[in-house]
Design a protein around this ligand. Structure first.
Ligand code: PLP
Length: 460
């Protein structure tokens, strides 16, 4: 074997051993990190060596120094933010993506990469109940998926108003109004800022954070150019905007409708939850993040645009050295980036390993655990109150006043059995439970309820 091959073999061996040890330890370890970022910096050493090091030693040093500073986000007892774990097939496929080192921007650069893109895209549209002809782009996360969908929206509504953004930019363009629910995810605002659209107009929502159809209809009266950005899955309540009421009205008013479904769009993949996204398929563009409900590794946002030409004209460009096929929408023509890893591969592997019924079962299981949390909290946890209607995977609770909710949350995190994050919702400090990990089981939920009970009693 050449020296390079020996180096690969030794370094990958260490990585594989350490990855498996990390995964094996997830059942037992506490969820929070055991050390601080400063501790990890010290363990890694901050001075850059003057010369080369053995690759396997580098990987070993990294694992030794980093592991105590890792949060067990892939554990079934992690309920913070909205963070999925990683399905085994998706993780292993992700390793291959790095080993293969394809530039999946172009079919010429990676026939395999684009073949997987095409299949994964078609499966996603089918499973999520979206139009089969939509253009699909694999981006980094939901923020960029929102960006790409809203870019297509911006260009389209301005073109209809007689303004070519690609040619003239935004200076002097008609003002595009973007209507969002008051409880949209704030990353939508940053996507709009990148697009030069400024701050959106917030439309009133109900007690579950769902946009009020009447208020939206009122705001639509001012006429186009308008984009309506709806939400499938509110991070506090898990609630879904009333798509079937709002989208026809928005279209009648000449608006483009975009749906941010970072974790909630997956409701469409199960017959039990499909009604939650009823009507969302009539929108013009959709964004989701496969690392959330689907449980693939990070770097896996997905944008879909009903009219593939609208996505292409917003994202694509021509360069003589990029060998393209005019009859085919190249991967780079659907996303903001050019060079990119073969992001669709872990998505394909997750879908291929779950199958249609496995994905539906995954979604149902996450919902069932969220409901079990809410029921268990109401039954067993002293002083706790569940604030939301648990329709999907999110549970939002309080313990009396803000100070007490914060204190219970602090004790819960110090305990380390589970991880739940605090937030503010509807003017109150809350504790959020997001059930997003495929590996969470009944025992994890029971341990979570016990941990909440301990934290509530100790601080009572
Ligand atoms: C997580 C989330 C986002 C942002 O997604 P990233 O993948 O973190 O960029 C946007 N919208 C909603 C509703 C989310 O839950």
């Amino acid at each position: 074997m050449s020296a390079a091959r020996d180096d690969f073999a030794a370094a990958l061996e260490v990585a594989s051993t350490r990855a498996r040890a990390w995964l094996d330890g997830l059942d037992e370890r506490i969820v929070r990190a055991e050390v601080s970022a400063d501790d990890v910096r010290a363990a890694l050493g901050t001075s850059l060596p003057d010369g080369p090091s053995d690759p396997a030693d580098v990987v070993r040093l990294l694992a030794d120094a980093a592991e105590p500073g890792l949060v067990a986000t892939p554990s079934g007892r992690f309920f913070g933010f909205v963070i999925g774990g990683t399905l085994p097939a998706a993780l292993a496929a992700d390793w291959l993506v790095s080993a293969w080192d394809q530039n999946a921007a172009l079919r010429a650069a990676s026939p395999a990469g684009t073949a997987v893109d095409d299949i994964a895209a078609a499966w996603l549209l089918d499973l999520l109940g979206l139009p089969p002809g939509a253009g699909v782009g694999f981006v980094t996360g939901a923020t960029m998926a929102n960006f790409a969908g809203l870019a297509a929206a911006r260009d389209f509504v301005l073109a209809r108003a007689g303004w070519d953004v690609g040619e003239h930019g935004l200076a002097g363009a008609p003002r595009v109004r973007v209507l969002v629910g008051r409880e949209r995810h704030e990353s939508v605002d940053s996507a709009l800022r990148y697009l030069g659209l400024g701050a959106p107009e917030a439309v009133a929502v109900d007690d579950q954070g769902r946009m009020l159809a009447d208020a939206c209809a009122e705001a639509l009266r001012d006429g186009p150019p308008t984009i309506v950005c709806l939400q499938a899955g509110n991070i506090h309540s898990g609630g879904f905007d009333p798509f079937a009421e709002i989208i026809p009205a928005a279209h009648a008013a000449g608006a483009w409708v975009h749906v941010d479904g970072a974790f909630g769009l997956w409701a469409g993949a199960s017959p039990r939850t499909r009604a939650l996204v009823g009507g969302a398929e009539t929108a013009d563009s959709w964004a989701t993040d496969a690392h959330k409900t689907l449980n693939v590794p990070y770097d896996s946002g997905i944008v879909a645009v009903r009219d593939p030409a609208a996505l292409r004209s917003a994202m694509s460009y021509h360069a003589d050295y990029l060998v393209t096929d005019a009859t085919y929408l190249e991967p780079y023509e659907r996303v903001p980036e050019l060079s990119r890893r073969a992001r669709s591969v872990p998505v394909w592997a997750a879908l291929r390993s779950l199958g249609r019924s496995g994905l539906a079962e995954l979604v149902d299981r996450l919902c069932r655990h969220a409901t079990a949390f809410a029921d268990g909290i109401r039954r067993d946890v002293p002083g706790a109150e569940v604030l939301n209607d648990v329709v999907f995977t999110q549970v939002c609770l309080v313990f009396g006043d803000d100070a007490r909710t914060r204190e219970v949350g602090r004790r819960l995190m110090a305990d380390g059995t589970v991880w739940m994050t605090g937030s503010r919702w509807r003017g109150r400090e809350v504790l959020r439970i997001s059930v997003s990990n495929w590996s969470t089981d009944d025992a994890d939920v029971a341990r979570g309820i016990d941990a909440l009970t301990r934290a509530a009693v100790v601080s009572g």
